[in-house]
Design a protein around this ligand. Structure first.
Ligand code: NAP
Length: 274
């Protein structure tokens, strides 16, 4: 129940209607009897700073930040966590008294989810498909988790400045798949049926049988994972990452251990039928 004392957290995006964070956090706050609520705020880039300023004035707990605001969020902060500084993007704003502190919980959330699923990346040779913001967070998380060497494949590697990416060509793909112990699809190709051609290019037949295949998509089961599972690979979809990045935000905002199972149940329920 919302009262006069209820604290506010927000999820900010543009658009934001697709977000399932409000349901996840409603369950988390209820489970830990915390008097707080999460509201969705859809705001275009030009008004983002104004909204964050208002949340500071209101002494909100903070905000989950999603596309397209993750870079702008970093630029507004008084302080950045080591992960946010290294990745250059913030997906979790914490209003800590007078200070606005930026975190990147996507990176740790990805690894937490993988570890929870039994796929600890420590020592594993990794292949990341795509070199956008999510790929950069995943690469940071994998490095922090002591993964082995990381290959990154990109369509325009010459434009990638944060890592030496390799070109998305048939020979490179096959070479990288053949030695990967963990493949992470950090592109949006799993999101649309029209990108099926890009998935057909991926040489799953070259992948060692024990390799894991992960994607970051959470609202549908990507074709890549279906194909990988059919070949006997262990798989992880983006639901775990979404839950665990949220769990880390919950801990930052409240100082309380996150109720991961309750958040996972709420997300599964919110995604049912999508
Ligand atoms: P982004 O910054 O736009 O990067 C997308 C990357 O994918 C770019 O390197 C892009 O290459 C590449 N790409 C796009 N279409 C491609 C295709 N057909 N073939 C090969 N490469 C292609 O996006 P992002 O923020 O990194 O997000 C990537 C995905 O992660 C999205 O689906 C997003 O929803 C998901 N995500 C999930 C979570 C979670 O909690 N589960 C968190 C963050 C992100 P170009 O530069 O050449 O276009």
């Amino acid at each position: 129940m919302i009262r006069g004392t209820t604290r506010v957290a927000a999820v900010i995006g543009w658009p934001v209607e697709h977000s399932r964070s409000p349901q996840m956090f409603e369950a988390a706050f209820a489970d830990r009897a915390i008097d707080a609520v999460m509201i969705p705020i859809g705001v275009p880039p030009e008004a983002f700073a104004q909204v964050v300023g208002a949340l500071r004035t209101m002494r909100a707990l903070g905000a989950s930040v999603t596309l397209p605001h993750k870079l702008a969020a970093a630029a507004l902060c008084d302080e950045l966590s080591p992960a946010a500084r290294e990745i250059g993007a913030v997906n979790c704003l914490h209003i800590d008294g007078e200070r606005l502190v930026g975190h990147n919980t996507d990176a740790g959330g990805f690894v937490d989810a993988l570890v929870a699923a039994g796929g600890d990346p420590a020592g594993k040779r990794c292949l990341i498909l795509g070199a956008g913001g999510a790929a950069r967070a995943v690469a940071y998380g994998l490095r922090q988790a002591s993964a082995g060497a990381i290959d990154v494949l990109a369509r325009a590697p010459e434009k990638i400045t944060w890592i030496q990416a390799r070109p998305w060509h048939t020979i490179e793909l096959r070479d990288c798949f053949a030695r990967a112990e963990l493949v992470v699809d950090a592109t949006p190709i799993g999101l649309s049926d029209s990108a099926a051609a890009a998935i057909d290019e991926l040489p799953l037949d070259a992948l060692p049988a024990s390799a894991w295949v992960a994607t970051l998509v959470y609202h549908r089961r990507p074709v890549l994972l279906e194909r990988a599972a059919a070949r006997g690979h262990a798989i992880a979809d983006g639901r775990g990452m979404l839950v665990h990045q949220g769990a880390r935000a919950f801990a930052i905002w409240t100082g309380v251990a996150p109720p991961i199972e309750a958040m996972q149940r709420a997300l599964d329920l919110a995604l049912r039928g999508t």
